[in-house]
Design a protein around this ligand. Structure first.
Ligand code: ZN
Length: 134
């Protein structure tokens, strides 16, 4: 009689396994299933089940290169999203301290410190001088 170990171990050998992307997919499917079950949203339940099936397909896949490429694409996407979010937060922080005005002549955007009263500004593009309240 075969032991469970003799069946299970060979099955998992050569499989891709769990990576960051499959962990994300599993968490996403759990959220979708909970929301779908709580609010009776069948589309969420079906989508959650489809994502679980896809995630398991990836985990048990033997095509390492394809799965690795998918994970890299996922990591690149997440990094871009983080970078863009940080950039926007920094712009919001900067706008509390500085103000953007347009040159009345050429439309060039110029960054000025806030709360400095009326100041004279020289446009770096067209070299015209104008006065703005900051
Ligand atoms: Zn100008």
């Amino acid at each position: 009689m075969k032991k469970i170990k003799d069946v299970v171990v060979p099955f998992f050998q050569g499989r891709y396994g769990v990576d960051k992307f499959s962990k994300f997919l599993t968490r996403l499917s759990i959220v979708l299933l909970i929301l779908g079950l709580l609010f009776g949203l069948w589309f969420f339940i079906l989508l959650g089940l489809a994502i679980i099936i896809y995630s398991d397909f990836r985990i048990f896949s033997m095509k390492f290169n394809k799965r690795y490429m998918e994970e890299q694409a996922y990591i690149n996407f997440v990094n871009k999203l983080k970078f863009e979010t940080e950039r926007r937060i920094n712009i919001c922080k900067d706008l509390k301290v500085n103000k953007i005005v347009k040159c009345p002549n050429c439309g060039q955007k110029i960054r000025l410190p806030r709360k400095k009263g009326k100041i004279s500004i020289r446009c770096s593009t067209c070299n015209i001088e104008f006065i703005k309240r900051t």
